[in-house]
Structures are given as structure tokens and as C-alpha cells.
Design a protein around this ligand. Structure first.
Ligand SMILES: [Zn+2]
Length: 193
């Protein structure tokens, strides 16, 4: 039976509208009067108000929702008693070193009958998997929603990969279309050849 509680991993490359899907899913609960909060890693500075931890998650298609910015996944648990649904946006931004902690948080919420929607890139700009995606995908109770973008090069095929167009060896560089494009497999191979 579909419904509450569940864990849904919304994944795919950049520009696949993962955040829009997260917001849509959270709104469904909100209009029914369910207590929902969305969390995001503090490192994501795209929408950043230094004065408070209250920020917004925003999608490129224009959807936005209030969010709470947190430094470490474990902080989400301090909100657990006041929510029924947790949205977690851009989970890969905490880095692989926090992936186990994040999983413990997600699992603990699920065991307390909370629904968790979590967005994360499946792979980085080198097509290397992010650990949180690797941990969540094989868990039988986790529903996986894999989204695609449209390829920025051929503009025909679905894009499955994120490609960095600025020079940096750092694994996590927060950016938008100034720093990344989405590519289909063929165009990714052509660019990385
Ligand atoms: Zn292409």
C-alpha cells in the first residue's frame, strides 16, 4: 500500500528539476494539513540569508518553499517531534563523510513513522557516485525516483549526467548553469574523450 510513511530518493543529474519534485511532493501533504519541514545543507549558498537559518529551496521552474538550513544531518532529529514529513534537499552537498549520519537520520525518521523525501545527485561531474545515493538505493523500503534533464549539447536526448564547465578539482562546487550543464551519455563521452 502506498502512503505514509515512506522514504523517497529523488535523484538524477543537475537540471532534472529534483527540487521542484521535492516541493510538489511536500505540498501535497501540506494542503492536507500534515506537518512538513524542508531541510537543506548550509553549504548550499545559492539561496542564502546570513541573518537566519530560515531560507528557501528554489527550483529553476519557479517553485519555492521555506526551508531550514542545517550544518549536519543529525540536527534534523531535533525537529522530529514537530513534523510528519521531512524534505531534505541537495543531500550530496554534505559530502560523503556525512552520508552514514544522514542515512541514520533518514532511517530513524522512517522508524518513527515519518515520511522522508530526499533529493541528491546520483553522481558527481566525473560520474562517480555520491555515497548517500549508494547507501539509499539498495534499501528495500526506499522508493527511487530517477529524473532526467534535457541534454544541453544535442538538445534531443534525455540528460543523465552532470558536466562541469568551469575548471576545478574540488568535488563539490556549488553552482548553476554558470558552472554545470546536463548531458546525455553520448555527449558526455564526446566531451570527456
Ligand atoms: Zn546529448
Amino acid at each position: 500500500m502506498e502512503g505514509h510513511p515512506q522514504i523517497v530518493l529523488i535523484t538524477g543529474p543537475m537540471f532534472s528539476e529534483k527540487t521542484a519534485e521535492l516541493i510538489r511532493k511536500c505540498k501535497r501533504h501540506q494542503v492536507a494539513g500534515v506537518r512538513v519541514k524542508i531541510f537543506k545543507p548550509e553549504i548550499d549558498t545559492r539561496v542564502f540569508d546570513k541573518a537566519s537559518t530560515e531560507v528557501r529551496v528554489e527550483s529553476r521552474c519557479g517553485a519555492h518553499e521555506d526551508a531550514i538550513m542545517i550544518k549536519r544531518p543529525i540536527e534534523i532529529l531535533s525537529y522530529a517531534d514537530s513534523i510528519d514529513v521531512a524534505g531534505i534537499d541537495e543531500a550530496q552537498l554534505w559530502g560523503d563523510e556525512y552520508a552514514d549520519e544522514l542515512f541514520e537520520v533518514v532511517w530513524s525518521l522512517f522508524k518513527r513513522s515519518k515520511t522522508v523525501y530526499i533529493t541528491a545527485l546520483d553522481t558527481d561531474y566525473n560520474a562517480k557516485p555520491f555515497k548517500i545515493a549508494l547507501i539509499l538505493m539498495p534499501i528495500p523500503e526506499v522508493k527511487i525516483l530517477k529524473l532526467t534533464a534535457v541534454c544541453f549539447d544535442c538538445r534531443r536526448r534525455d540528460a543523465t549526467r552532470s558536466f562541469r564547465i568551469i575548471k576545478s578539482d574540488q568535488r563539490i562546487v556549488v553552482g548553476d548553469s554558470n558552472a554545470y550543464i546536463a548531458l546525455c551519455y553520448d555527449c558526455f563521452v564526446r566531451r570527456t574523450a
